[in-house]
Design a protein around this ligand. Structure first.
Ligand code: PBG
Length: 309
């Protein structure tokens, strides 16, 4: 490592590396820096190592961030690049999310083998996904479909699909685009029936609270609209206690100074669902999300949350 280099911590998956490179490239462009002003440090996380069970059972979201956050706190790296969707609502003391890059398309994508769309899948088809939200949304739309646990990187999933192990799978459009693989998509799912996970499609950058040098560098690559949408979506998750065993969707959109949030919670079988829309000023982003979370919680009732914990 050269002295003065900015050290970027990331997981080692192809998607994580693409996101780290995108962040580095934006910082290079914004500050007229060369590639050797940065070092990309790959950090393996528990989430990468656990492959045999759903992460919601193994301990949830923090599994993708713990080792990276330790590296930040120890001063081994200066910034960490994450998928916002994978970030817990509460960060360790001393760390903050300092910047969000402009959001990609937030929609889920269906990659079909047996048929191009979810509606066209044969009766009783099998779809692979390990996301509780996607499982519940598919079951809500097509109760006859069986959803099987499906993890691993994009290449592994596509191989299983081409081997006929499943009739289709769902992935984030954003991730496929960042990998240059959007051509495998057979259907982009509509936002009203397949609302995204809070944070989907947005890259965030975490750093040590009060690190002035980093704060100044990030200012130029931060996207204010994405930051407001994410403040709202993360507040919604926080108000729901971020339970990773509950299928939760939440999406904030902006039109000028107006922010509109749509949230949805479902039972894992997709049978029961509660949704909410709250609108307000962009400056109130976090309180809109919190209010939506509190209201949907009250509406669903304690029984809804108790039924599978
Ligand atoms: N949990 C894995 C994860 N985290 C972020 C993305 C996609 C990229 C994004 O949403 O920014 C994915 C894969 C997927 O859902 O297909």
């Amino acid at each position: 490592m050269q002295t003065g280099q900015l050290r970027i911590g990331t997981r080692g998956s192809a998607l994580a590396l693409a996101q780290a490179h995108e962040t580095r490239d934006r910082l290079m462009a914004a500050h007229g820096l060369a590639e050797d002003a940065f070092a990309i440090e790959v950090i393996s996380t528990s989430g990468d190592r656990i492959q045999d069970r759903p992460l919601s059972e193994a301990g949830g979201k923090g599994l993708f961030t713990k080792e990276i956050e330790e590296a930040l706190l120890d001063g081994r790296i200066d910034i960490a690049v994450h998928s916002s969707k994978d970030m817990p609502t509460r960060l360790p003391d001393g760390l903050v999310l300092g910047a969000f890059l402009e959001r990609e398309d937030v929609r889920d994508a269906f990659i079909g083998g047996a048929a191009e769309t979810i509606d066209a899948l044969p009766q009783g088809a099998t779809v692979g996904s390990s996301s509780l939200r996607r499982q519940a949304l598919i079951r809500r739309r097509r109760p006859d479909i069986s959803v099987v646990m499906f993890r691993g990187n994009v290449q592994t999933r596509l191989r299983k699909l081409s081997e006929g192990q499943v009739h289709g799978t769902l992935l984030a459009h954003a991730g496929l685009r960042r990998l240059g693989m959007a051509e495998v998509i057979t259907e982009l799912l509509p936002l009203d029936t397949f609302p995204p996970a809070p944070g989907q499609g947005a890259i965030c950058i975490e750093h040590r609270d009060g690190d002035r040098r980093i704060e100044q560098m990030l200012e130029s690559i931060h996207h204010g609209g994405t930051g407001a949408a994410l403040a709202c979506e993360r507040a919604f998750l926080g108000a729901l206690d971020g339970s990773c065993r509950t299928p939760i969707a939440g999406h904030a959109t902006l039109e000028g100074q107006a922010l509109r949030f749509h949230g949805l919670i479902l039972t894992p079988d997709g049978v029961e669902a509660h949704d909410i829309t709250v609108e307000g000023e962009v400056t109130e982003a976090a309180s809109i999300g919190r209010r939506a979370g509190e209201e949907i919680r009250a509406r669903a009732g304690a029984r809804f949350f108790d039924s599978w914990v």
